[in-house]
Design a binder for this molecule. Sequence first.
Ligand code: ARG
Length: 459
Amino acid sequence: MTNRMWGGRFAETPSEIMQEVNSSIDFDKRLFAQDIAGSKAHCQMLAATGIISPGDAAEIMRGLDQVQSEIESGTFTFSRSLEDIHMNVEARLAEIIGPAAGRLHTARSRNDQVATDLRLYVRDIIDHLDVQLAALQKALAAKAKAYAEAIMPGFTHLQTAQPVTFGHHCLAYVEMFGRDRERFVDARKRVNQNPLGAAALAGTSFPIDREMTSRMLGFEGPMHNSLDAVSARDFVIETLSAASIAAMHLSRLAEELVLWTSAQFRFVSLSDRFTTGSSIMPQKRNPDAAELVRGKAGRVIGALVSLLVMMKGLPLAYGKDMQEDKEPLFDALDTLSLSIAAMTGMIDDLEPNLPELRAAADSGFSTATDLADWLVRVLGLPFRQAHHVTGGLVAKAEGRGVDLADLSLAEMQEVEPRMTEDVFSVLTVEASVRSRKSLGGTAPENVLAEAERWLAKLG
Ligand code: ARG
């Protein structure tokens, strides 16, 4: 049998390989709900504008409901020879209601149909990701509140830099995931535009009402250029770009968990629920979930690159290349969603190892900047000179194998004669974090207030 959708002009059936390369039903069937919603809106609009009769519209609506329930209940048979979700639905509709089904495709093409479906799908996923990211932020903000005062080393270059609090570290990620959410919300505005009615590429001669379908499908409004409407995939790329950035943030946090759970750091422990043992080394607890979150970021970023490359050479308007948008998009969004869920679980269960964090903060001369600041504040040295004097004191302590606070006043005075006892008050890590009250700083009172602000905001 030649294809029943365009068989009029074809004498031969497609080769098997053609079917394999051409068919998208295996992956685009997940758009069935959006496809049917789009068809229903289109059908109602066709009836309201008098393009099809109320009787045919009622039949089409009834048939589409049945198709939907067949797919939902798993009794629907998807066929590869029908290529994609659009033709699978329409062919079944024809079996159910007969020739009236053929009127649904008036003033429409699969080109505007697939763009509509995909926009509706991405919009839903963005809303879901927003809820998930908010839950992750909440888990992190709760840890920040509980450990607003827990001192740990802060790093630059992964070298001990200055003491911070564990809560402060958690809140850094709350900020990142907050911006990720904003990026998705912003992308959503450009996703939520209606391409339906652009038809194949040029619009239609039928008196359609695109405002009506926009309203019915919850789109902000109709897209204004039919060529653009059917061939734009920047909404996919923009969503994948936001997804890639979020995946990158998750990967950084995952990397920290991998480092922090190692025997060399021992900063935190992860729960049994999110780790595995080794079949040969009984002592091991492996942070597999964190490693996988880190690894999966590559897939999400890869999807973004695939889409950019797939689109960059396409002339207007629709090209079948665009069918290749779906697998990377679906995979990336599934992957991101799973990664957020895994990270949220890990954070919920995570226990910081407070003595270990505190001891690590004490080593590595983490209060050297506090000492330099003291020289500026109390002795009136210019900061650059204070930096130099402090360097001399660090070298002395390092030579003796002790911490800055363990040098005697006399030893300090060999480097800078005006040193006084008062300097010892700034050399503890507690004093260091307490002093960093500047906006956005790590002082425990700041961290607590920020954690509470976030928790109130996240509800
Ligand atoms: N399955 C196609 C896709 O995903 C739908 C649009 C096909 N349009 C066409 N004229 N062949 O892009």
